[in-house]
Design a protein around this ligand. Structure first.
Ligand code: FAD
Length: 402
């Protein structure tokens, strides 16, 4: 394939990955357009995300770290508690000395808003209400695709950052079936005034292990007067329609959350009594099976983030891994543009690099779950996870292949 410059890149999805990619590209003088199916309205309630040193390092490279830091709260550890307020586990989420960054709890919408503002400052076009439908044609030089409204566009590259239910994935990895992990989370918010900690320095964020499930709370600060919480249960797969019905059935959600009410400690009972009905939303945990490929044969269509590798949420890793995908892909697009190195060779390396990362990650989630239950296997070493440095790795490959 001739090494045509990759510019005018289409990014499908204006979520965490898509917007950050547009920023990285713009800073390398590579233009892109973000197409987002939502209409750009902020949700009434936005869930929290935990950002870890590996993800924060990427944000630092993007010039977003200071702004994000100012809007979140530091969380050096994640705690697991039993129903009697005793610590079962304390998992390290960062350390300046060891990793250069401390974990950060922040509302997702704040991250989205920051990325949107940064993208706009860089003259990135973000088109809202534009739902990708299908690929029309792909050549060695470009890709032509259609939106649900019938509009057709051609770009030099299409990057699908369209989340776990990705439609772009249908082209790259047809017939992929999401796997239901057997768990459901009901998320919501509770007024901070209703959270009566048993002792003043009760550690947060905490996953409290209960009789038949667990409740996570404090994943973002109560600076807006509320704490986010998530109640997690084992559950059968209800399918798309079933989940929609459940989402719209607030009394049922409340009664599910309160199932073991009598068995919970008074702090959790108080939280369950005061959860804001209108804030409830569900998150059934699906995962994307290991895909053979994250790219098309001609290399003009690529998927990243949850579209490529949505994983169970226990480790709080999805966004952090998506950021790594983004930085590495942007650096390789730039490397390809600046040299005679073919785009396909860059893409091959990117895919192998990112897939190898996912091997260790797949083994981590069950270990974290065991730790939460108090099953320790010694002090875990998270250096491999948190000290991952995309710039170092990409530069090493570039200098090796120059
Ligand atoms: C409740 C919850 C809590 C989480 N907590 C954490 C955490 O603590 N730490 C962590 O690291 N990760 C967390 N994650 C995971 C993290 O949010 C994802 O891994 C991350 O958002 C993936 O980014 P993405 O860009 O791939 O997808 P998303 O951020 O999901 O963005 C996808 C975007 O694509 C748009 N879209 C979808 N289809 C189309 C289409 N056809 N055309 C155009 N646009 C489309 C969507 O509207 C959306 O804006 C959490 C996820 C959830 C649901």
């Amino acid at each position: 394939m001739a090494n045509d410059k990759l510019d005018n890149i289409a990014i499908i999805g204006g979520g965490l990955g898509g917007l950050l990619l547009a920023i990285f590209l713009a800073d390398r003088n590579i233009s892109s357009t973000v197409y987002e199916s939502r209409f750009g309205e902020p949700p009434a309630y936005s869930g929290p995300v935990m950002l870890l040193p590996n993800g924060l390092r990427v944000l630092d490279k993007a010039g977003a770290y200071e702004q994000i830091l100012a809007q979140g709260s530091l969380a050096p550890h994640n705690y697991s508690m039993n129903n009697s307020h005793e610590i079962l586990d304390c998992r390290e989420c960062g350390s300046i000395e060891k990793y250069g960054y401390v974990g950060l709890r922040i509302y997702r919408q704040r991250v989205i808003n920051t990325f949107t503002e940064m993208a706009r400052e860089r003259n990135v076009t973000i088109v809202y209400g534009k739902k990708f439908s299908h690929i029309v044609a792909e050549t060695d030089k470009n890709v032509t695709f259609a939106f649900a409204d019938g509009d057709i566009q051609t770009h030099s590259l299409l990057v699908g950052s369209d989340g776990i239910h990705s439609i772009v994935r249908e082209y790259v990895a047809p017939q992929t079936k999401l796997r239901f992990s057997g768990s459901l989370s009901i998320l919501g918010f509770v007024p901070a005034s209703a959270v009566h900690k048993p002792y003043p320095n009760y550690p947060l964020p905490a996953a409290v292990m209960g009789p038949t499930g667990n409740i996570l709370f404090g994943w973002a600060d109560a600076d807006s007067g509320e704490y986010p919480l998530a109640t997690n249960f084992a559950m059968e797969d209800l399918g798309r329609q079933g989940w929609e019905e459940l989402q719209n059935d607030t009394p049922r959600l409340l009664s599910m959350m309160r199932k073991d009410y009598e068995k919970w400690n008074p702090m959790i009972q108080g939280i369950l009594d005061n959860v804001k009905r209108e804030s409830l939303f569900i998150w059934p945990f699906y995962t994307v099976p290991t895909l053979d490929s994250w790219k098309s044969d001609k290399g003009r269509v690529v998927i990243l983030g949850d579209a490529a590798h949505a994983i169970p949420p226990q480790g709080g890793l999805g966004a952090n891994l998506t950021f790594e995908d983004v930085e590495s892909l942007a650096r390789l697009i730039d490397a390809s543009n600046r040299s005679s190195r073919s785009w396909t060779s860059c893409l091959e390396w990117w895919q192998a690099y990112r897939k190898s990362r996912m091997v260790g990650i797949a083994e981590l989630a069950p270990k974290i779950m065991k730790r939460r239950q108090g099953e320790h296997d010694g002090d875990a070493d998270y250096t491999w996870l948190y000290n991952y440095d995309v710039e170092r790795d990409v530069n090493a490959w570039i200098s090796k292949t120059t």
